[in-house]
Design a protein around this ligand. Sequence first.
Ligand code: PGA
Length: 248
Amino acid sequence: MRKQIVAGNWKMNKNIQQAKELCNSILNQLEASNKEVILAVPFTHFTVLAELLKDSEIKLAAQNCHYELSGSYTGEISASMFASLGVDYVILGHSERREYNKEDNDLLRKKVDTALSQNLKVIYCCGETHNERSLGVHFDFVAKQIIKVVFHLNAQQMKNIIIAYEPVWAIGTGETATSFQAQEMHIHIRSVIASKYGVDIANAISILYGGSCKPSNAQELFSQSDIDGGLIGGASLNADDFISIIKA
Ligand code: PGA
């Protein structure tokens, strides 16, 4: 059985008061389930939210980390710092960081290694733009993002990777991939992983969908056999919406 995961990516939203409120309201409504619930919150909020979440099953994720563990990198935060705060996951390769911070596959590969060296699990994002999809190269494009960034890992390390397929054209746009388009890409991703690591490992890896996932479409998306949950942006900022996505 693959782990079912719903991760909220708060991005650069919510001050600490709002974050506590949102967190408490998620805690109040969350029912016990076998799903892994993760909150990727701003760095500044970890200590306070970790205290609020300490008796719950909810895990914290960082939204990025540096490729070095320490050093003269003004303004940066390292994977070892997150690990020392009890953070379990880090999101790497989000399309917003690829676009605005010019993070490429070579850099992301280093970040993956650094994160894993600190026992963080990596939620690795991949996904094509409208342009690649219209050219019909989206399957190859996504395969390359995966091969270049995680295919140097050994089988044991691969178990700490979660893939999030996030078509760039669907992020924050209100335009969602159809469940068919998402499932088709998830099957492709799983087969790419199987070609290197074998079917057992490929079948054990959770592949999340992200991109305008909301209460109204979550059930349809999550009912697909290769979609193991979601990486939720906008809808994770509202407790009712986030909870109803978890229930889906
Ligand atoms: P969205 O963002 O749900 O607001 O489209 C998803 C993401 O960026 O992870």
